[in-house]
Write a protein that binds this ligand. Structure first.
Ligand SMILES: Cc1cc2nc3c(=O)[nH]c(=O)nc-3n(C[C@H](O)[C@H](O)[C@H](O)COP(=O)(O)OP(=O)(O)OC[C@H]3O[C@@H](n4cnc5c(N)ncnc54)[C@H](O)[C@@H]3O)c2cc1C
Length: 724
C-alpha cells in the first residue's frame, strides 16, 4: 500500500535509469509516476548515427511505456507546464494538476527563442532532441525532391553541430551543400588536436567551415553574420546552446543565469527539498558542466539513490561529476574521433567502440530482466470486502469537492423527465483498467459507456459512476478517484451529460463504469435493425484496440502505437453520431467487445440483410495488423472468431474479430450520401472514417457476411459492392 507519490517529469537520460533501478528494487510505500511529453525518448549518443542512416527509429529510442511497466510506474502521457509547490502538484497541459510528495525534473533543454533575430522563424532547432527525428525526415524529403543540391548550414560548432553536419553529408551526399558556422573556434571545449582532426575531416568532405563567425540574423534565405557577410542557405539547422523551459521561471525555484534549476551536489534543488533535477535542466552549484548527454547519464544512479533517501527521510549523499570525460565524436562514415583530455584517436575502431557502448546502453532498457511478481498477500494485506471495501468517506468527499458539481449527494440521483415527447434510453458498461493513467482511463471508460447512447441516436443526459480504486493511503486514493472521475466528467460534459452520482469502492485493480441515461425522440431512434440493401456501411474509427492492448501488456508493441490507440479511444462518438444521422443513417451500432464482425452480424440479423465487406477498406490502427500477424490477440478474440469459422485469412480478416474498447460507430448510409458522409466525418476529426462495405439483400441460407479478399479491387474499378 503506497503512501507517497514520487513523480518523475520527463523521460530523459537520468530518469530512464531511475525507472530501471526502481524496477529492479521497488521502493516500498512509493507510487512512481512518469509524466512524459513523448512516450519514446531518443538516446542522444545515437542521434548522429540515425541521421547518417546507420540506425533506425527503434534503435535509438527508449520505449518509456515498456520501461515504466517494468518499473511498476504509471505513465501520464502529457507535458508538464509548471509546479504548484505550495500544493505539491505538477501542472500539466491536458490533465488536472498531479499530486507529488517528491518530484524530479529531467526534461532536457528547449530552443532559445530569444537567441538571434530570425532564428525562431527561419531555423530548424535541433533541440529538443526528441523532435529531431521528425525534422530530419522532412529535411531529407526536401533534399531528395529538390532539383539542385540543397544548401544546408548548421549553426553551432560544438560536438552536436559537427557530428550533425558530417552525418547529414554522409546520408545525402551530393544532394546537399553543407556548411558549418560557429561563433568561436570549432570544438572550443576540446583539446586543440581534436579540433584539428575534425577540421581535416570537414575539409575532406567538402563542408565549408566558418569559424569565429557569430550569426547576427537569420533570414528566409540564409544568414547574416556579425561582420555583415551574407551566407545564402536553403535550410539552417540550429544546434547552439539551448535554453531552459520558460515555465521553470514561474516555479519560484532558484535558477542559474540560463534559467536552469540550481541544484546542490545531491541533485536536489537549493530552494525546495521536495524537488530534484538532473540532466541538461540541472545546474549544479560549484560544478558547472556542459549540457551533454554524458552528464545526464551520469546523473541517473546518484539521482535514484537520493530520491530513495529523500522518500525514506534519510540524509542525501553528494555526487560530484567528473571534469574529464571521454568524448566520442562520430564523423558520419562509421568512423569517429575519441578524446579524453589530451588523448586523441581517430578511426573506424573508435566508431565500433562507440557503437558497442551505445548499443549496450540501449539494451539495458530493452532487454529488461524478469522480476518476481509482487506477492498478492503483500498487495492485499487482509483488506475487507463488502461495505468495508468502500473508499474512505473523507477521501471520497474531498475527491468530489475537488471535482465540484456532482450531486446533490443524496441517496439517489433525481433526474428531470424530458417531458417533451422524448423517450429515455439507458445503458451500463464497466471494466477493469487497462491503462495506468487514471485520467485517461476515466475518459475512455466514459466514452465507451456513451457509445451505446450515441449509437441509438440519443442525447446523453446523466451518468452514475461505479469506480474501484486500489487500496493506498487516503491522500493517494483521493487522487486516483479524483483523476478517474475528472477524466470521465470532461468527456461526459462535452457530450452534454451530467455526472449525477455513483458508488466507489476499493479493489486490487482500478475499474470504472457508468450507467448512462439519454433521451431520444421516438422517430429519431437509430436501431440495429433498419439496414436496407444498397446502403453503404460506414465505420467511424479504425479497429485494433484489442490486439494493441494485448500486445502492450506483453511489451510487444512500440509505445507510439499504444499512444495512438489511447488517443483513438478518447475520441468522442457524439459528433460522429450526429454526422451519421445528418446523412440519413438507416441503422447504427457501436463496435465494441464482439468486434466488427459480431456487431455487424447483430445489425444484419435485426435488419434481415446480408453484407459484403472490402477487407482492404477496413481501417486499422497503426501497428494493429503487425500485432495480429504475429498472433497477439485479446482474450475475447478466439470466441469472436469462433462465430465465423468460414472466415480465415491474414491479419486483415483477424481484424474483424478484434474486440474494441470505445470503438467507432458502424452505420448504414444511403449509397448516394456515403462519400459525403465520410468526407464530413473526416472533417470532424474522424480521420480513419471509411466506407467498408455494402448491405445486400438477404439470401436464404447465406452466411450473411461476405468478405472480399484484400487486393481484389485493384483494377481501378469502383469497389466491388457498387454492382447493383
Ligand atoms: C544532434 C545531437 C547530438 C548529440 N550528441 C551527443 C553525444 O554524442 N554525447 C552527449 O553527451 N551529448 C550529446 N548531445 C547532447 C544531448 O542530446 C543532451 O545533452 C541530452 O539529451 C540531455 O539529456 P536530458 O536527460 O537532460 O534530456 P533529454 O534527452 O532532452 O530528455 C528530456 C525528456 O523529457 C521530455 N520532456 C521535455 N519537456 C517535458 C515536459 N515539459 N513534460 C514532460 N516531459 C518533458 C522529453 O520528451 C524527453 O523525453 C547531442 C545533442 C544533439 C542535438
Amino acid at each position: 500500500m503506497a503512501d507517497k507519490d514520487l513523480v518523475l517529469i520527463g523521460g530523459g537520460h537520468a530518469h530512464v535509469q531511475v525507472l530501471r533501478r526502481f524496477g529492479m528494487r521497488p521502493e516500498p510505500g512509493v507510487r512512481l509516476t512518469l509524466v512524459a511529453r513523448d512516450v519514446e525518448t531518443p538516446y542522444s549518443g545515437m542521434l548522429p548515427g540515425f541521421v547518417a542512416g546507420h540506425y533506425g527509429h527503434d534503435d535509438i529510442h527508449i520505449d518509456l511505456m515498456h520501461l515504466a511497466r517494468f518499473a511498476g510506474a504509471r505513465v501520464i502521457h502529457d507535458e508538464a507546464t509548471g509546479l504548484d509547490r505550495a500544493a505539491g502538484r505538477v501542472l500539466c497541459r491536458r490533465q488536472p494538476p498531479l499530486r507529488y510528495d517528491v518530484v524530479s525534473l529531467d526534461i532536457g533543454s528547449a530552443p532559445r527563442a530569444d537567441a538571434v533575430p530570425g532564428a525562431a522563424e527561419h531555423a530548424v532547432p535541433v533541440k529538443p532532441v526528441d523532435r529531431l527525428a521528425a525534422r530530419w525526415r522532412t529535411l531529407m524529403a526536401e533534399a531528395e525532391g529538390a532539383e539542385r543540391p540543397l544548401a544546408v548550414t548548421v549553426v553551432g560548432g560544438g560536438p552536436a553541430g559537427t557530428e550533425l553536419v558530417l552525418a547529414m553529408h554522409h546520408r545525402l551526399g551530393a544532394r546537399v551543400r553543407p556548411a558549418l558556422v560557429t561563433r568561436g573556434a570549432l570544438l572550443a571545449h576540446h583539446d586543440p588536436r581534436v579540433a584539428a582532426a575534425l577540421r581535416r575531416v570537414l575539409a575532406e568532405r567538402g563542408v565549408t567551415l566558418h569559424e569565429h563567425a557569430p550569426v547576427a540574423r537569420v533570414e528566409p534565405d540564409g544568414l547574416v553574420l556579425a561582420d555583415g557577410r551574407r551566407l545564402p542557405a536553403d535550410r539552417v539547422l540550429w544546434t547552439t546552446q539551448a535554453g531552459a523551459a520558460p515555465w521553470l521561471a514561474d516555479t519560484g525555484l532558484a535558477l542559474d543565469a540560463g534559467g536552469f534549476v540550481r541544484v546542490a551536489p545531491t541533485l536536489r534543488s537549493v530552494t525546495d527539498p521536495r524537488v530534484f533535477a538532473a540532466g541538461d535542466v540541472a545546474s549544479m552549484d560549484g560544478h558547472p558542466r556542459p549540457k551533454a548527454g554524458v552528464f545526464a547519464v551520469r546523473h541517473g544512479p546518484p539521482l535514484a539513490a537520493n530520491l530513495r533517501r529523500s522518500l525514506r527521510g534519510e540524509p542525501l549523499r553528494p555526487f560530484v561529476p567528473q571534469t574529464r570525460f571521454l568524448s566520442l565524436i562520430a564523423t558520419g562514415d562509421r568512423a569517429a574521433v575519441a578524446s579524453r583530455g589530451p588523448f586523441v584517436a581517430r578511426g573506424r575502431w573508435v566508431w565500433r567502440w562507440k557503437d558497442w557502448i551505445d548499443r549496450r546502453f540501449m539494451r539495458a532498457f530493452r532487454d529488461l530482466p524478469e522480476m518476481p511478481p509482487a506477492s498478492p498477500a503483500m498487495v492485499q494485506e487482509m483488506r475487507c470486502g463488502g461495505c468495508g471495501a468502500k473508499v474512505p468517506a473523507a477521501a471520497l468527499a474531498r475527491a468530489l469537492d475537488r471535482l465540484g458539481g456532482v450531486g446533490p449527494r443524496d441517496d439517489a440521483a433525481v433526474l428531470d423527465a424530458p417531458g417533451d415527447g422524448r423517450l429515455l434510453v439507458q445503458t451500463v458498461d464497466h471494466f477493469r483498467a487497462f491503462v495506468d493513467d487514471p485520467y485517461v482511463f476515466g475518459r475512455i471508460a466514459a466514452n465507451h459507456a456513451l457509445g451505446d447512447i450515441h449509437a441509438m441516436g440519443a442525447q446523453p443526459l446523466a451518468a452514475l459512476a461505479i469506480a474501484a480504486v486500489p487500496p493506498h493511503a487516503p491522500a493517494l486514493v483521493e487522487e486516483d478517484l479524483f483523476r478517474m472521475l475528472a477524466g470521465a466528467r470532461a468527456v461526459l460534459e462535452a457530450a452534454g451529460a451530467r455526472l449525477v452520482g455513483g458508488h466507489s469502492g476499493e479493489a486490487a485493480e482500478p475499474a470504472l463504469g457508468f450507467a448512462v441515461t439519454g433521451a431520444v425522440h421516438p422517430d429519431r431512434i437509430l436501431r440495429k435493425g433498419g439496414l436496407r440493401a444498397g446502403d453503404r456501411l460506414v465505420l467511424t474509427k479504425a479497429l485494433g484496440t484489442g490486439t494493441l492492448l494485448a500486445a502492450a501488456m506483453r511489451g510487444r508493441v512500440p509505445a507510439r502505437h499504444v499512444a495512438a490507440a489511447l488517443e483513438a479511444m478518447q475520441r468522442p462518438a457524439g459528433p460522429a453520431a450526429a454526422c451519421l444521422m445528418a446523412h440519413g443513417a438507416t441503422a447504427a451500432t457501436d463496435v465494441t467487445g464482439f468486434g466488427l464482425y459480431g456487431h455487424l452480424m447483430e445489425m444484419l440479423e435485426a435488419s434481415d440483410a446480408d453484407a459484403v465487406l472490402d477487407a482492404d477498406a477496413i481501417p486499422a490502427l497503426p501497428g494493429a495488423l503487425g500485432t495480429l500477424a504475429s498472433g497477439v490477440v485479446s482474450t475475447l478474440h478466439p470466441a469472436n472468431a469462433a462465430a465465423a469459422p468460414h472466415l480465415r485469412g491474414g491479419p486483415r480478416v483477424a481484424l474483424l474479430f478484434d474486440p474494441q474498447t470505445a470503438g467507432g460507430l458502424l452505420a448504414g448510409i444511403p449509397a448516394g450520401r456515403a462519400a459525403a458522409c465520410v468526407t464530413a466525418l473526416r472533417a470532424l476529426g474522424c480521420a480513419d472514417a471509411a466506407v467498408i462495405g455494402a448491405v445486400t439483400g438477404a439470401v436464404p441460407g447465406s452466411r450473411r457476411v461476405v468478405v472480399r479478399p484484400a487486393g481484389l479491387a485493384t483494377d481501378g474499378q469502383p469497389p466491388m459492392w457498387s454492382e447493383p
